[in-house]
Design a protein around this ligand. Structure first.
Ligand code: ANZ
Length: 876
């Protein structure tokens, strides 16, 4: 039978680990700090009502393997877990059911905790943190106060999504195509004073410090693109108002450009529809057209506005601007491909060298003037055939003698530098760095979040910090967490909480009623794990110096930008405050790939039931079972009707698709070790993978074989040389592959070992299996602990030394020696690498496929190259 008693032994070891606190990390004072440390961190889960999904155990198994490996290698390991529990879903659930978010959250956490423990993760459960716990968010509020006191938190008018029908403000994810997700009511954008965090002040450091991090380049690039640093210049153009424009005589229009070297090619200017000067620039005759244009632009998203290939739209304002180099008056247009929120919200358009400007100029018949030639073409060529030319090259047509500026012949960088210096001299411009990164909108009009420790004096809008000594400012208990009916947070309903009297001064005060976004608590949780019980400070400095940075952080790629950027930002602020000693929180980051649902097989039929192409207008998809499908060279086909092609596709797991795999079911049917092993065996950690329950059965059978291998009787004989070779080769492979996070190939090596053992003659020696059980322990810890006991040990193996291997034993000392007769290959024999000729010859003569050609013939000569070839030269 392939069965092994997984439920029983898994429950036994889970209880053992909890009872003995096997994975408790001692306080710093009790640690032998001469050992290396490993801080191995998971992205903590949001405890949703649905429980764990199979994506959680993917990353959590990977980090658990590393934590267990490092313990066995003698590291001090910190491997904690907690809950990111503020946020929208709990609040939405509360609105639907009337259950308080605190109740839902507690229930969900209890379920998650139980599920994680049932998977055997080696967390230190004494260090659990929860973002909704006042002892935790006290420090979230404390960090906010430090930001506020340093001018890094400020208030600004920012639009919120106000839904009059629902009487609430909605989060962006609750708004779909301008309608509320619930009920599909119209949503309007309403300006409201809101909290912002000045992350832009840290843009350069967030960019520079990426260099030293051991993160995938793709994720670093996503962060770089998000920050979007561009070096260029601001250039000021004098404005010449058209008839009826009310722009002042000394008015200037400032543009941001990354290509100041193309100044001579600027044949028109464009301002964004949001530009502050647009109204003043607009001439009388153009006023109606411009107003209509601005209104239409407001309805489009940024993406729609800036996409290439989109038909360019715009309207002439009626005014002109003077190019400071040429003195030429160029028209000023308004167009929505220029964004109000970037650079200065206005551009100099250089159609010869910018693709969007080129499209625009072509559409509106504006002049195109080449001012850069490809360097290889030499100077002075002026063909229009290859425009727009957006690369770097050599400046042409760029001399204004009167102005004392000539760029001709200079390469792009030199021309840009010359232009900026010339502009600066005349106070017409200067070098400027722009960022795509915007300050962080840090307020939500919601109940279930951290309250801001901010009050206002009666009749004043001036925010004042709550005393640090009065933290935590506890979220008020209420059953009335419904929307307030105004664009304010539901907290505004709780007037006894909002309106207070300062006990010292008797002053009447009003509390801030918005709450912090869900990102807040996850910005710094990795610090709280170091001492979650510390009531005096956010983190103990000595503990921080020892444990940080995090050595391995694993989580979903969906957090590659925002969470990681926000956490890095707060960490740098804490660094500046002297709260942490490290510039970066997460030294090594790995993003796990998504797990898709089982492959779905579909054929297409028309109304008469005949099989048709997917593209047929009459095609209806019909699901077919995997068993009815066959894979061929042409793709998947129906087994019963191989002429019919079957569409095979995996989809993201979703409730609506009905393809969600529940880890609880897998654990019940196959055990936690099987689930862990399967998720690691599916493929490389970073790759997207497709779920397949039949393959879970495969790894389950492997574990059952391990169980039988260890329980089927062992000998105390020393292992043979060949047995040792297999063992040591396995130790080396599993060690190397695990270190490199190539868990799938580490598992393959263990499978090969077990296959090898089952081919051994006689009872396997105990000394060859013991190290193997240790190798298996990080991957399938329950079974490994049990087998360790079967092998005669009475202690947990969690802190046993990781097996080492002997290089000398790895060398394979036999070879497959090719045997020829008269130069023709007749087979091969296994001999020692350094076998003497007589021994090799004897083995070769015994080879039946060679012997029949030697039979009865005189051997004239034997050519033998040890390890390479043995050739019999025979006569007729
Ligand atoms: C003249 C020019 C000539 C430009 C040329 C490019 C090529 P990044 O790299 O994204 O920073 N730009 C500036 N502000 C803009 C805004 N608010 N909305 C849309 N486009 C804007 O790109 C900066 C370039 O994008 C700037 O350099 C400007 O066009 C445009 F051969 O100025 B350039």
């Amino acid at each position: 039978s392939t069965a092994y008693p997984f439920s029983e032994l898994e429950a036994k070891w889970q209880a053992f680990w909890l009872e003995h606190k096997t994975f408790r990390t001692p306080e710093l004072a009790e640690l032998d700090t001469s050992r290396p440390k490993a801080y191995i961190l998971d992205m903590f889960p949001y405890p949703s009502g649905a429980g764990l999904h199979v994506g959680h155990p993917e990353g959590y198994t990977a980090t658990d393997i590393m934590a267990r490996l490092r313990r066995m290698q003698g590291h001090n390991v910190l491997h904690p877990i907690g809950w990111d529990a503020f946020g929208l879903p709990a609040e939405q659930y509360a609105l639907q059911t009337g259950t308080h978010p605190a109740v839902t959250t507690e229930r969900n956490i209890a379920r998650f905790r139980q599920q994680l423990q049932a998977l055997g993760f080696s967390y230190d459960w004494d260090r659990e943190v929860c973002t909704t716990d006042p002892d935790y968010y006290r420090w979230t509020q404390w960090i906010f106060l430090q930001l506020f006191k340093r001018g890094l938190a400020y208030q600004a008018e920012v639009p919120v999504n106000w839904c009059p029908a629902l009487g609430t403000v909605l989060a962006n994810e609750e708004v779909i195509d301008g309608k509320s997700e619930r009920g599909s009511h119209p949503v309007v954008r309403l300006p409201m004073k809101q909290w912002m965090l000045r992350i832009t002040a840290y843009a350069d450091r967030l960019l520079e410090d990426l260099e030293g991090l051991d993160w995938a380049d793709s994720i670093k690039d996503m962060q770089r693109n998000w920050i979007g640093r561009s070096e260029g210049a601001l250039i000021r153009f004098a404005v010449q108002g058209g008839p009826g424009a009310v722009v002042g005589g000394d008015a200037q229009l400032e543009v941001f450009t990354t290509r100041p070297d193309t100044l001579f090619g600027a044949t028109y200017l464009v301002v964004a529809p949001e530009h502050a000067l647009l109204g003043a620039l607009t001439s009388g005759v153009q006023r109606a057209a411009v107003a209509a244009y601005v209104k239409a632009a407001a309805a489009k998203s940024e993406l729609e506005r800036t996409e290439l290939q989109k038909k360019k739209t715009g309207v002439f304002t009626g005014s002109h601007a003077i190019n400071p180099a040429t003195g030429e008056a160029v028209p000023v247009w308004v167009a929505d491909y220029v964004l109000g929120g970037y650079g200065s919200g206005a551009i100099m358009a250089v159609p010869a060298h910018d693709a969007r400007d080129y499209e625009f100029a072509t559409a509106f018949d504006l002049p195109v003037r080449r001012v850069v030639a490809p360097a290889a073409d030499g100077v002075g060529r002026d063909s229009e055939s290859d425009l727009p030319f957006t690369g770097e090259g050599v400046a042409v047509n760029s001399t204004a003698e009167a102005a004392g500026l000539s760029l001709d012949g200079l390469d792009t960088a030199a021309a840009a530098a010359r232009t900026v210096a010339w502009l600066a001299q005349r106070a017409c411009g200067e070098a400027k760095v722009s960022y795509k990164l915007r300050d962080w909108l840090f307020a939500r009009q919601r109940y279930w979040g951290e309250p801001f420790p901010i009050v206002y004096a009666e009749g004043s809008d001036e925010p004042m910090a709550v005393d640090e000594g009065d933290l935590p400012l506890v979220l008020p208990e209420t059953d009335d967490f419904r929307p307030s009916g105004t664009p304010e947070s539901p907290l505004a309903n709780i007037t006894s909480w909002v309106n207070i009297t300062d006990p010292q001064t008797g002053q009447r005060l009003r509390r801030e009623t918005s709450t912090m976004p869900q990102w807040a608590g996850s910005c710094w949780y990795y610090l709280r794990y170091l001492q979650p019980w510390n009531a005096e400070r956010l983190v103990d400095p000595a503990a921080e110096r020892y444990w940080l940075p995090v050595d391995l952080y694993v989580g979903g790629a969906e957090h590659a930008v925002l969470h990681l950027l926000y956490a890095r930002f707060w960490h740098k602020v804490l660094f500046d405050l002297g709260v942490v000693s490290t510039r970066e929180p997460f030294q090594r980051l790995v993003s796990q790939g998504m797990i898709l649902g089982e492959v779905e097989y579909t054929v297409f039929q028309d109304s008469s039931g005949a099989y048709v192409d997917e593209g047929d207008p009459d095609a209806t998809p019909v699901r077919v079972a995997e068993a009815d499908v066959e894979k061929t060279g042409r793709g998947h086909v129906l087994r019963a009707d191989p002429g019919v092609l079957v569409n095979a596709r995996a989809h993201k797991m979703s409730k609506s698709r009905g393809n969600v795999v529940n880890p609880d079911d897998v654990v019940a049917a196959y055990g936690a070790d099987s689930l862990r092993l399967y998720e690691m065996f599916m493929g490389p950690l970073r790759d997207t993978k497709v779920w397949n329950t039949r393959s879970v059965d495969g790894v389950h059978r492997f574990l059952a074989r391990v169980f039988r291998m260890c329980t089927g009787g062992l000998s105390d004989d020393p292992p043979s040389r060949e047995q040792l070779r297999l063992l040591h080769a396995t130790i080396k492979r599993v060690t190397d592959e695990t270190e490199a996070l190539r868990f799938n190939t580490g598992i393959a090596a263990m499978m090969e070992f077990v296959n090898g053992v089952f081919k051994w003659e006689g009872t396997p020696p105990r000394a060859a299996l013991e190290p193997f059980v240790l190798l298996l322990a990080p991957y399938a810890p329950h079974l490994a602990e049990e087998m360790w006991q079967v092998l005669g040990h009475s202690e947990s193996l969690a802190y046993e030394s990781w097996p080492s291997y002997d290089e000398a034993l790895l060398v394979q000392d036999t070879v497959n020696l090719p045997v020829q007769v008269n130069g023709k290959l007749r087979g091969a024999v296994e001999v020692r690498k350094d076998a003497e000729q007589p021994a090799a010859e004897e083995a070769a003569r015994a080879l039946p496929s060679a012997a029949k050609f030697l039979d009865g013939k005189p051997v004239r000569k034997v050519v033998y190259v040890p390890g390479r070839i043995l050739n019999f030269i025979v006569g007729k």
